[in-house]
Design a protein around this ligand. Structure first.
Ligand code: ASN
Ligand code: ZN
Length: 334
């Protein structure tokens, strides 16, 4: 029995036709990405435990773009994990979540009509439901990057998943999800500061979250306030998501990749952009070098990211000062 590293074709639901890392074993192919830590994608076939079966078949073409073809969600999840792996490696120099060259694995078709996706430390894996009517798998690139980033957070800053640290944990996943989507530069899924805009969980075409003005979702907060640690972590993420948008793009009205944003500031002062690459590098450094910790709250996240900005760009540099102004704009001050 011999195995070969292959490049397959994925006909995804959310990202059009993409290249997938696959493996040929004898006369069949499977979704094992040998070039990316042997990341594997499994079909749970509506089960809720174990790994189900590794996607494999008689050819190296995966899915047909429709959710009724069970390979389609597999292709999306396999692609999302690949671009997230590439982003961490090529942009941040991190060889896998634990920096050990080993990938987590992915499971799709979890349960029946299951409208969520999640990361688990226990299996070191990401899992995706098929959504309402089993017709909208939660396997878009930004959702995959969000869940995979939970795995990165777990082995680095590990911010406790409640209170302000929980909001920062969630924001870390949204921030890296946006960065990965821009990095992937997929024509069918342009980079944006929206989370989950492809999976239509609400059924009305609106995204799950907005980073330019988080309160647009009706629940998230645009700025820090003293009680923010008591709300759901997917809403207390708002000020950090807003910091990332403001730092990346600056305040005011703007169009990026055809999407319109308008980002007001809580102090009424304008914020000048440092650019998405700098904002992402600052956040990633704070997360992965011991600056973010299990009990990091908003005030500590400001201190940590400004330390990261000082390390990368110099204390008192323009980038440092604008990163600080973006924190002031979400009501996190010294
Ligand atoms: N999709 C959710 C998340 O990653 C799942 C959860 O709340 N545990 O945050
Ligand atoms: Zn999350």
């Amino acid at each position: 029995e011999w195995q070969a590293v292959e490049t397959g074709t994925g006909n995804t639901m959310y990202s059009g036709q993409v290249t997938l890392g696959t493996t040929q074993s004898g006369s069949s192919w499977n979704l094992t990405d040998a070039a990316r830590g042997s990341h594997k994608t499994y079909n749970l076939n509506r089960g809720t435990s174990g790994t189900g079966t590794l996607f494999s078949g008689p050819d190296d073409v995966w899915g047909n773009g429709l959710p009724s073809n069970l390979e389609t969600a597999g292709a999306d999840a396999h692609y999302g994990a690949a671009v997230t792996w590439d982003y961490f490696k090529n942009v941040h120099g991190r060889n896998g979540l634990r920096n050990d060259g080993v990938a987590p694995y992915s499971r799709v078709h979890y349960g029946n009509n299951y409208v969520n996706a999640f990361w688990q430390d226990s299996c070191f894996c990401m899992t995706y439901g098929d959504g309402d009517g089993n017709a909208k798998p939660l396997t878009s690139t930004d959702v995959a990057a969000h869940e995979m980033t939970h795995g990165l957070t777990s082995v680095t800053g590990n911010m406790t998943y409640s209170g302000e640290p929980g909001g920062l944990n969630e924001a870390t996943s949204d921030i890296m999800a946006a960065a990965v989507e821009f990095y992937a530069n997929n024509p069918q899924d342009v980079g944006d500061y929206l989370v989950g805009e492809k999976i239509d969980i609400r059924g009305n075409g609106t995204p799950l979250r907005y980073m330019d003005k988080p309160s647009k979702d009706g629940s998230s907060k645009d700025a820090w306030y003293s009680g923010i640690g008591s709300i759901d972590v997917h809403y207390s993420s708002g000020p950090a998501n807003h910091w990332y948008y403001l730092a990346s793009e600056g305040s005011g009205a703007k169009v990026v990749n055809g999407v319109s944003y308008d980002s007001p500031t809580s102090d009424g002062l304008p914020v000048t952009a440092i650019g998405r690459d700098a904002a992402s590098k600052i956040w990633f450094r704070a997360l992965t070098t011991g600056l973010f910790k299990s009990n990091t709250n908003y005030a500590a996240a400001r201190t940590a990211t400004l330390q990261a900005a000082a390390d990368l760009y110099g204390a008192g540099s323009t980038t440092y000062n604008n990163a600080a102004n973006a924190w002031a704009a979400v009501n996190v001050g010294p």
